[in-house]
Design a protein. Structure first.
Length: 254
């Protein structure tokens, strides 16, 4: 009989992009569940605020600056976390950026910047952490894609293909690493009340259209991703591999 699969006591979780809207509630939930947290982001001030908020929990917490676009920075992060905590049992990567513009006018440098962080950054951190997990024959990786990975929404000439790449990369890593005891899955959030979506959702007509199409009739809160993430990080998801869970309130079925 499985003991409580959502007790993360003794587990070391590396959370990248954790100072952002999606990462913060996930970090809080893992801390409350007893995990040791390595909080990583490029936003040093945001990291400090989050770490202070989580201090009352029992698990140890460390803060790490990282630029996921840089292989050197990523390797340094992984080395630092392992040096401090001994290993990495869980990797959750919520880091990402977006920029909307008509495809014919999309600036090349902006396209490159989105791809660098959203896709290449996911690859770099997955490879660096996954290699250590393969060696230990144990680990769980949760990448964050997006509902945009499945849609051809106007203005998303960089973000949609980048997130589609995350979905595909997740499948490849799952197929290679499952035999080594490493599970790799992803989450594709729908329209979420977050700073990244603020520009889009500030248009009353767009907001009304999104709410009208959504079966739940509303925008998702950032906390909507907490339960699915903890499930994919837990032993309850032992036999779930290479899957992208669409957490969008049913948007994709309408």
């Amino acid at each position: 009989m499985m003991s409580n699969p959502f007790d993360f006591s003794g587990q070391v979780a590396l959370l990248c992009g954790t100072a952002g809207a999606l990462g913060r509630p996930i970090a809080a939930a893992l801390a409350e569940a007893g995990a040791t947290l390595a909080l990583a982001d490029l936003d040093e001030a945001g990291l400090g605020i989050l770490a202070d908020e989580l201090r009352p929990h029992e698990g140890a917490i460390s803060q790490h600056m990282v630029d996921l676009r840089s292989a050197e920075s990523v390797d340094g992060l992984v080395e630092s976390v392992i040096e401090q905590h001994g290993r990495i049992d869980i990797l959750v990567n919520t880091a990402g950026i977006n920029s909307r513009s008509p495809a014919a006018e999309f600036p090349q440098e902006v396209w490159d910047r989105v791809m660098e962080l959203d896709l290449r950054g996911t690859w770099l951190i997955s490879q660096a952490v996954g290699t250590t997990m393969v060696q230990r024959k144990k680990g769980r990786i949760v990448n964050f894609a997006s509902g945009a990975a499945y849609n051809g929404a106007p203005g998303y000439a960089a973000y949609s293909p980048a997130k589609a790449g995350v979905v595909s990369l997740t499948r490849v890593l799952a197929s290679e690493w499952a035999v080594h005891g490493v599970g790799v899955n992803a989450i594709a959030p729908g329209h979420t009340d977050s700073p990244m979506a603020a520009g889009l959702l500030s248009d009353p007509d767009v907001l009304a259209s999104i709410k009208k199409r959504s079966p739940i009739g509303d925008i998702l809160p950032p906390s909507a991703q907490v339960g699915p993430t903890l499930f994919l990080c837990s032993p309850a998801a032992q036999w779930v591999n290479g899957v992208t869970i669409r957490v969008d309130g049913g948007w994709h079925v309408t």
